[in-house]
Design a protein around this ligand. Structure first.
Ligand code: SAH
Length: 399
């Protein structure tokens, strides 16, 4: 990672968010999001059939829903003046009702020679969430948030420490991707050495690895996945294979996702192969154990044929021992071969954290031990660390 100076672009005055929930006690889990004012409804909250109904309920012809969808999902249009196939009066009413502003950018930061962009957004009620857009040689990935805050209380995670403010709507989740797609079209993401290319870059991958536990906000998250994968103009027309749903291991949520039959990639944040340590690192483990989470992940693989990712933040002297790599390898192999790969990532210490990343030699040993078990293992890169890029830190430093 290059050390690009990262000036923070203040896009609008930073408003303090409304008071959020208090910090959770260690190990305390929050499943039900606090009730707050609902975000305005948005086209991207709805299936194509629901959009038609909404448009008709406003007294307009049903086909206007398709026109609106084409502007939003296909043309990525954000200027109502350009929606000239909609008569003016109709347009202002439909735009006000179905395309309200959901995200206001408050901070944009650039890192990695312009190949990484991080956004902090203010939602309608002052809650702050974030997204990170990353350019790689053959793909462009956006890491999105699905909740303001998180109720899962993992002690090494900045978001987990702040508690759950509220669930995001499908529209708010999708809008992060649409915003990124527009930024790419304007050529705002650098790197790659092909700036003279004719076609603008497109978002190829979406990972639910920003703030929140998406499976705890199931309905909105699955709605967002439908909007991302529905062919244009009903949705953005992305490949499900490019979408990664990351979870602490909410077993009923994983099983529900399995039943949807959408072949997104599942990532399980394991971080420890034994219940004793995982109970501490990922408190949901006290409800669904390591074995139960791995079984659910395996069922997901069996149903979709998609290889599951195991996330493992390597924390110095906590979970990085060779015997834990062996135990993990054994537990994965006990269920089968070729169904899983492991993504260790050096811990990105949160402010005030008593924990830090594993030493490089220890990290390498952990990887080699897993590989010796025949488990494909690749260290995940740590983009944008110098801009609080990882794990809820931009929102935390903004709030
Ligand atoms: N709720 C989802 C998404 C969380 S963020 C989940 O738990 O999977 C995505 C990944 O980043 C998770 O694997 C999470 O455990 C990991 N993560 C959180 N804080 C981290 C930190 N400080 N350093 C490294 N990884 C971290």
């Amino acid at each position: 990672m290059t050390e690009t100076p990262a000036p923070a672009t203040e896009v609008a005055p930073v408003a303090l968010p409304e008071p959020t929930t208090s910090r959770p006690a260690p190990g305390e889990l929050t499943f039900r999001a606090p009730r707050r004012g609902k975000p305005p409804r948005h086209l991207a909250d709805f299936s194509p059939a629901e959009r038609k109904e909404a448009v008709e309920a406003l007294g307009h012809k049903g086909f206007r829903a398709k026109q609106l969808s084409t502007h939003y999902f296909e043309r990525l249009q954000d200027d109502p003046e350009q929606m000239t196939d909609l008569p003016k009066a109709v347009r202002s009413e439909l735009v006000a009702d179905l395309l309200p502003t959901l995200l206001t950018p408050i901070v944009q930061r650039v890192a990695d020679d312009g190949q990484t962009m991080k956004y902090a957004w203010r939602l309608h009620d002052g809650a702050i969430v974030e997204s990170v857009l990353m350019r790689y040689p053959k793909r462009v990935t956006i890491c999105i948030s699905s909740q303001a805050g998180c109720g899962m209380n993992c002690p090494f995670c900045a978001t987990g420490q702040a508690g759950l403010t509220r669930n995001m709507s499908a529209g708010e989740i999708v809008e992060q991707v649409v915003w990124a797609a527009r930024a790419l079209r304007r050529g705002e993401l650098a790197g790659g050495g092909d700036e003279d290319r004719e076609e603008p870059l497109r978002v190829s991958n979406v990972v639910f690895m920003g703030m929140g536990e998406a499976l705890a906000n199931y309905k909105a998250s699955i709605g967002a996945i439908r909007r991302l994968t529905d062919p244009t103009p009903d949705g953005l027309g992305m490949s499900a294979r490019g979408i990664t749903m990351s979870t602490v291991g909410l077993v009923p949520g994983i099983d529900k996702l399995t039943a949807e039959g959408i072949p997104v990639t599942l990532a399980l944040s394991l971080h420890a192969p034994d219940d004793e340590l995982r109970n501490e690192l990922v408190p949901i483990n006290t409800r669904w154990s390591v074995d139960e989470a791995l079984d659910a992940a395996y069922r997901y693989f069996e149903a979709t044929g998609r290889r599951v990712s195991i996330e493992y933040a390597l924390i110095r002297d906590i979970n990085d021992q060779g015997w834990r790599a062996d135990l993990l390898g054994e537990k994965l192999n006990r269920r089968g071969r070729g169904w899983v790969h492991v993504n260790p990532i050096p811990l990105n210490p949160t402010p005030g954290s008593k924990w830090t990343a594993s030493r490089p030699g220890v990290e390498q040993n952990f990887v080699e031990r897993l590989r010796a078990h025949g488990v494909p293992t690749t260290i995940r890169d740590t983009r944008g660390q110098d801009i609080d890029g990882a794990c809820g830190q931009l929102a935390a430093s903004t709030a």
